[in-house]
Design a protein around this ligand. Structure first.
Ligand code: ME8
Length: 506
């Protein structure tokens, strides 16, 4: 029985268009979703947009459009991002959809009925940019610790009894060591919660772009309670008998950026405990991208649109670079020079060159038919894939290490081709030996392409097509020797997969 795996991206604010930070999170989740499917799991992969709140309302006002019109336009841009980056999500939720609104209100009612919500009044600091409340003591030179502006807010408000969940949350972090990843983030959250939790204001009355509080429509729900509910509203909550809810809640992994770890590992589990719902298994926070050493920001105008990278370098080149460049969890810097260097050295010169050399030799010297009767019969000399090691990298979200391992296989195969020099075997008339070497190389390429599918799905499938590997023989179980290539199979004419990137002359 395949295990069920539910993975989510954050739902992105529609105050602006997507940039590479958003593409990064979505690609990472896509790698995990594809890896799990290829390993035989049943996967549900959710993404979407977070459309309410003061930040969206303010951006709409500045653009002289209604919040709904801004949400519609930008949500579409995020939906387009999934197509652009080849994201294999199963659902795309918008928090303005009726299915979500009803679900978030049901969650509220449940928390209220269970005695965890009370009416009071809030006076304190709020940051619209972060959509977050801050304690006086947290401010740094009059600003939020993130550098965002804060404003003083005084209004009637419903509160969630977050303070009552402190011990339960500490228990959760201690008993489920894997709940927060990476471990450095776990320590950060542990000390935040140990420092004491205040009750959380969960409704606003001074603006209206949000979900009405059930039975008190002067209030709208705090956008973070609304937004976090997406993870269950998309599964059909409050109906806990839907096939999706039954099969996929609790989530296997909420992937988030480090900026929103607190909302996901403190507020969200507390809300779920208050509603007596099971908790997600893991929340993983990745690091932050800067651009050529600078923070990405609207005012600097330096945010990179994913489309610009895909248009210039190619889709899989962009996916590969994002996953390869930075140890996942750490911060990273986007530099054009590094992008070109990685694309050329690892994709064009290493993997691309291996595929090109091998397939064109088979095409020219073997009449386009896979050689190597003898090579298949003996235990072959193709690269040895360490599946356990690769799975462990994925479990720990170490995508860069996963890729290094595969690049190492490709380097080994390139060394093998240089050592065996099939072109000189041919010159010496050793045609059968040459065929066996080419077979071993083709088999190495088959394995490399299978394991690269989660990272660069289109190019991997192009490579597997060129080896005439059937579509239903491309999952990880097909790495086994019994599924190796069959000599005598005609291969289509080879086509280059990873062209070398050349800077256009100025
Ligand atoms: O926070 N580097 O939405 P958001 C890396 N709506 N990742 C980045 C990034 C960067 N420079 N910039 C953005 C929200 N991201 C809420 C989430 S979830 C219930 C609600 C990624 O549009 C990263 O994943 O501000 C970050 O957590 C997310 O985009 C924030 O997107």
């Amino acid at each position: 029985m395949p295990q069920n795996y539910f993975i989510t991206t954050p739902i992105y604010y529609v105050n602006d268009r997507p940039h590479i930070g958003h593409a990064y999170t979505s690609v990472a989740c896509d790698v995990l979703a594809r890896f799990m499917r290829l390993s035989g799991h049943r996967v549900h992969f959710l993404t979407g947009t977070d459309e309410h709140g003061q930040k969206v309302e303010k951006s709409a006002f500045q653009a002289s459009v209604s919040p709904q019109a801004l949400a519609d336009a930008n949500s579409q841009h995020f939906r387009d991002l999934t197509g652009l980056m080849n994201i294999s999500n199963d659902d795309f939720i918008r928090t303005t959809e009726p299915r979500h609104i009803a679900s978030a209100q049901a969650l509220w009612k449940k928390m209220l009925d269970n005695g965890h919500i009370y009416l009071g009044s809030y006076s304190g600091w709020y940051s619209v940019r972060d959509e977050a409340y801050y304690q006086e003591a947290e401010l740094v030179n009059g600003k939020a610790p993130t550098g965002a502006d804060v404003e003083w807010v005084e209004e009637p408000s419903y509160f969630f009894r977050l303070s009552a969940f402190q011990d339960k949350l500490l228990d959760l972090y201690n008993t489920s060591a894997g709940f927060i990843g990476p471990s450095s983030r776990r320590n950060e959250i542990l000390s935040f919660v140990k420092g004491g939790l205040h009750d959380l204001s969960i409704s606003r009355t001074t603006f209206s772009w949000g979900i009405p509080v059930p039975n008190d429509t002067k209030h709208i729900m705090y956008v973070w309670l609304d937004a976090l509910a997406n993870y269950i509203s998309a599964l059909g909550y409050p109906d806990t008998q839907t096939p999706l809810y039954k099969d996929f809640w609790p989530a296997s992994l909420h992937m988030v950026g480090k900026d929103i770890i607190r909302f996901h590992t403190v507020y969200w589990p507390a809300f779920l405990m208050a509603a007596e719902l099971p908790l997600p298994e893991r929340v993983f926070a990745h690091g932050w991208w800067t651009i050529e050493g600078e923070k990405m920001s609207k005012s600097l105008g330096n945010a990179i649109a994913p489309k610009a990278l895909v248009d210039e370098f190619g889709l899989d080149q962009t996916r590969f670079f994002l996953m390869r460049e930075v140890p996942f969890g750490s911060d990273g810097n986007f530099s054009r020079d590094r992008m070109i260097a990685v694309v050329n050295s690892e994709l064009a010169n290493n993997i691309g060159n291996l595929v090109q050399r091998t397939l064109s030799m088979i095409n020219k010297n073997c009449e386009g038919v896979l050689p190597g009767e003898a090579a298949r019969a003996k235990s072959n000399d193709s690269v040895a894939v360490d599946s356990d090691k690769l799975s462990a990298f994925i479990e720990r979200c170490e995508f860069d290490k996963y890729i290094s391992e595969v690049v190492r296989y490709s380097s080994e195969a390139n060394e093998y081709i240089d050592k065996k020099a099939p072109w000189s075997l041919k010159k010496q008339g050793l045609v059968e030996e040459m065929g066996n070497v080419l077979y071993d190389l083709a088999e190495s390429i088959r394995k490399i392409a299978i394991i690269l599918q989660p990272i660069i799905p289109q190019s991997s499938s192009k490579i597997l097509d060129q080896l005439a590997v059937a579509e239903n023989k491309r999952s990880f179980q097909h790495l086994l020797p019994e599924f190796s290539l069959i000599p005598g199979t005609p291969l289509p004419p080879p086509q280059p997969v990873f062209p070398r990137f050349m800077e256009k002359a100025a």
